[in-house]
Design a protein around this ligand. Structure first.
Ligand code: ADP
Ligand code: MG
Length: 409
């Protein structure tokens, strides 16, 4: 088949196939649905906390935490949006500002986002942080309003840069007379509190809300809702939705993962020109997403971890026996010699093997060898072809693709 024919085929399958999506935007991560099932309690709690703002009073700071995909971002965008609408109706002088701290990356940029909302001019770089903060404080004071500052994924920033930002923000009301601010801080990491200075923690968590993971039934409700607006009627089979919910619940109740599965399954269906999103499409979507995750994880490995993984790959190509740490180390040292890099110690390599296990690229198992003590058996947890697609992109390792370690001959 020539190229034009191939494309004709693709396009006509697309055009003649049943239209699968009504609106695929609805499945994007940043889409905020009009209804958030199973978050009624959290919405009510947050609503009660911020309601005083409607009477121009300051409300408590709130600290929200829960694992990824539990609806934190959706809720903290939803509630202040509604609050702003009501406040406008009642003539209450409030503004809400949402900043994702992980994406902002620095305290400077978090403050300049806040300044942006207030219409305070801050150069892109160049001021001392203290100066930015002073301008923010002065600007806020002259504007006479209540600022609701939503700091999402705050754990990412504080772990990197410390908690000065939070310290300043949570104390700012002590020096303001005409304006007030409230901080809503959100963390994906449940142990985040340990990173905070106790004074910061106590002012930030005047109120606390936990978002628990969704169970399969809850995910199913969420997915049914979303599928109704994302797909045409009858396209997604009920069994497919249930499977999607079950798979995401088995992980950790991550709604984002469930929605990704549904979106990718929809795309597979569309590409095939098929009529329905079936359980089979969901299973294939899962494989695709898992594959992408593995490829991403492998690409981002530090050099020596790649060499270690490559050694395991060479050893597993040999087939048969299980692999032990000592062998990996021998092959690894040979690779290093070939590449003219200094090898790490065996102890460090053991550490790297454990890390590769933790991110799911290797699988290690302690085996009891009777009077010889215990030893660790190691194997690749990804298949060899997956492995090859990534490592042929790496020029250094590509040069070794036909290398056969002396250890194995
Ligand atoms: P988190 O911030 O806790 O990681 P998000 O709020 O980003 O989670 O939610 C992940 C995805 O799941 C988003 O697309 C969001 O719209 C959706 N989602 C989460 N909870 C619900 C819910 N209760 N109802 C509908 N969609 C939800
Ligand atoms: Mg979030």
């Amino acid at each position: 088949m020539n190229n034009a024919n191939i494309l004709d085929g693709v396009f006509s399958r697309f055009l003649n196939g049943k239209v699968v999506f009504r609106d695929r935007e609805v499945l994007r991560h940043d889409y905020i649905p009009e209804s958030l099932p199973h978050r009624e309690e959290q919405i009510q709690h947050l609503g009660e906390i911020v309601a005083p703002i409607l009477k121009a009073a300051r409300c408590s700071n709130v600290f929200i935490y829960g694992k990824t995909g539990t609806g934190k971002t959706a809720v903290v965008k939803y509630v202040p949006n509604k609050l702003s609408q009501k406040a406008a109706e009642f003539g209450s002088p409030m503004k809400a500002c949402y900043v994702n701290c992980r994406l902002a990356g620095t305290e400077y940029r978090v403050f300049s986002s806040l300044c942006d909302v207030l219409g305070i001019d801050i150069p892109f770089t160049g001021l001392a942080l203290g100066e930015v903060f002073d301008r923010f404080k002065k600007g806020l004071e002259t504007r006479k309003l209540i600022l609701v500052t939503v700091l999402d994924e705050i754990d990412a920033l504080v772990k990197d840069k410390g908690d000065t930002l939070l310290y300043e923000l949570t104390r700012i009301n002590e020096t303001l007379h005409s304006s007030k601010t409230t901080v809503i801080g959100i963390s994906n990491d449940l142990r985040f509190k340990e990173f905070l200075d106790p004074r910061v923690l106590s002012s930030l968590s005047e109120e606390e809300t936990v978002f628990r993971p969704y169970d399969a039934g809850e995910l199913q409700d969420i997915l049914f809702e979303r599928a109704k607006s994302a797909f045409h009627d009858g396209v997604v089979l009920d069994g497919a939705v249930s499977l999607c919910a079950a798979l995401a619940a088995a992980e950790h109740g991550d709604a984002r993962r469930a929605l990704d599965l549904l979106r990718v399954a929809g795309e597979l269906t569309e590409r095939e020109g098929a009529k329905n999103v079936t359980e089979d499409h969901i299973r294939r979507a899962e494989k695709r997403i898992e594959h992408d995750r593995v490829v991403e994880a492998m690409k981002n490995l530090p050099a020596h971890s790649k060499f270690v993984l490559y050694s395991v790959y060479l050893l597993s190509k040999r087939g048969g026996r299980q692999i032990v740490t000592g062998e990996i180390y021998e092959v690894y040292c040979e690779l290093c010699e070939q590449l003219s890099v200094t090898p790490l110690t065996q102890r460090r390599v053991s550490g790297l093997i454990n890390e590769l296990d933790a991110i799911g690229l290797l699988n290690t198992q302690l085996v009891n060898m009777g009077r010889y003590g215990r030893t660790k058996k190691i194997r690749l947890s990804i298949n060899q072809s997956q492995f090859r697609t990534v490592f042929t992109d790496d020029a250094r390792l590509e040069s070794l693709s036909n290398y056969s370690p002396k250890h194995l001959t």
